[in-house]
Design a protein around this ligand. Sequence first.
Ligand code: CP
Length: 338
Amino acid sequence: MKFSGSHILSISQFDRGDIERVFEVADRMEPYAHRQRVTKVLDGAILGNMFFEPSTRTRVSFGCAFNLLGGEVRETTGFETSAIAKGESLYDTARVLSGYSDVIVMRHPVSGSVAEFAAASRVPVMNGGDGANEHPSQALLDLYTIRKELQHQGRSDLDGLRIAMIGDLKYGRTVHSLCKLLCLYRNVTVVLISPTELQMPGAIVEQLRSAGHTVVESDVMEGSISKVDIAYSTRIQEERFADRAEADLYRGRYRLNQAIYTRNCEPNTVIMHPLPRDSRSEANELDNDLNDNPNLAIFRQADNGVLVRMALFALILDVVDQVDKNARDVNWYTERRF
Ligand code: CP
């Protein structure tokens, strides 16, 4: 794909070479994300960060990534502080805000809304999550994390990957995008573990099978996670259900803890979750007793979000080759934390 000036709306836009390009640029962002070097390559540029649904990681890491490249961030959070609450259309909002920004990231509760917004925007738009549809930057950082974790184990290839996805696979947009991304690779085994009512949409299962992958569907976690490289847990997406009572029917159905991990998983199985994990006692899909397990990659995964989002900005705004030219060492104390 041509990155320069493009919207990033769906994983379907990428081919395998594009993914390698994103990962290669993400690797080059490490000195900046890890606070060893400072660059001002986007000095003067403005990111419009528009989040109409709650977010911690995606909103802050997109903003942080833009700041780390030297740009400034303007935020809109929630409908109540936006003129959309007065009836303004997505078309008008896009026309106006694209005059104030060089690039826009948007999260919205309705599937397809970010694409609708992008069609009216005069600057590139990135999908920060649209309803239950897609979360492309999350899938990219997930696969980047998988690649790094496997490299750490001495494996260089994503082909042949074995992954279990656990939880709300119907409404979880991160697993939808991740499955589409895995279709670009070869000989992947995908174990889909969910309540029957919350199964992965049939069209995505069909896409995985058409890519030649082995797909196993189950409603039981124990036993199904015994031969996987990655156990990817997800939260019940309560905000997509009619009410809390309906979400309560499924909450707490799958709880991965250290005892279950030890009993079922291979010693190197990497534990992932897009976060937030629901740590309330009635849910607790990823127990705190895993926090000291070296294979728990959830916080490394969140850190990697900054690298991947810096790479996307650098590619879309066409400054990859200028990043290092505008750089210097940091001159403040930085704790070693990466
Ligand atoms: N993974 C993710 O999308 O997290 P946030 O909802 O906190 O952005």
